[in-house]
Design a protein around this ligand. Structure first.
Ligand code: 5RP
Length: 241
């Protein structure tokens, strides 16, 4: 790994026993506040870890202009806490984007999309100068591919994309919700692909992104993280890439 991990001061560590995963998420959500540039807009991801960040962000809402959100769910939470949400088209650039991950490797490459928000997440990440990933230590992996890889697809292309993944050794299933294919915020479907070992994330992302009907592949290598705040039993570790 070419990371330079360094321990930062944890904002909160209970004295006794192991931290739960929920407590680790709270820790990194709070720690991410140090990267929020006061007086500016902040890019906000999606997921249970980001929900902790949004809750923490509400404590400094008077010090920021607002947020650009990556999902309907995050927008609703931000607005409910009194944080103004701006359309990404109104904003040329953001200093920082804060989001979780399903997996992150030692170079800051990630698998994302467990919450089906990968397309909007990639859009907001792309307009941000810095990606700060917040995650508990279970998300740190040597090689991406242990978590089923989310891929947003246009339904008409599903069978073809499933065959293309099969040709590279993957097994793709359409994500379901209440017995029906899950619909993303963009009205498309999600494939979850198992059986892949993604050893060259940049090449993989470039290749799959070109398949007709693929809206977004959940490998974030072009939009990789520059910082990861990792929740561990010892507190928050800061990894920089
Ligand atoms: C949503 C995502 C999330 O960042 C990812 O699934 C991690 O979520 P959580 O913080 O709930 O573990 O990519 O599309």
């Amino acid at each position: 790994m070419n990371t330079t991990p360094s321990a930062s001061t944890p904002p909160f560590v209970p004295e006794s026993g192991m931290l739960t995963q929920d407590q680790l998420k709270t820790l990194v959500g709070q720690a991410a506040l140090q990267y929020v540039v006061r007086g500016e807009l902040v890019g906000v991801g999606t997921g249970s870890t980001v929900n902790k960040f949004i809750d923490a962000l509400a404590t400094i809402k008077d010090e920021i202009k607002g947020a650009v959100s990556s999902s309907v769910a995050s927008t609703e939470r931000l607005l409910a806490l009194g944080i103004p949400v701006f359309d990404s088209n109104e904003v040329e650039r953001l200093s920082v984007y804060i989001d979780g991950a399903d997996e992150i490797d030692g170079h800051g490459n990630m698998v994302k999309g467990g919450g089906a928000a990968l397309t909007r997440e990639k859009i907001v990440a792309a307009q941000s100068d810095k990606f700060v990933c917040i995650a508990d230590e279970s998300k740190l992996v040597e090689v991406l591919g242990q978590f089923p890889l989310p891929v947003e697809v246009i339904p008409m292309a599903t069978a073809r994309v499933v065959r293309q993944f099969a040709a590279m050794g993957g097994h793709a299933l359409v994500r379901q919700k209440n017995g029906q294919p899950l619909l993303t915020d963009n009205g498309q479907h999600i494939l979850d692909v198992t059986g892949l070992q993604i050893r060259d994330p940049l090449a993989f992302e470039a290749q799959v992104s070109q398949w007709p009907g693929v809206v977004t592949v959940g490998v974030f290598a072009f939009q990789r993280a520059q910082v990861c705040l990792l929740g561990t039993a010892q507190g928050v570790k800061t990894l920089t890439f």
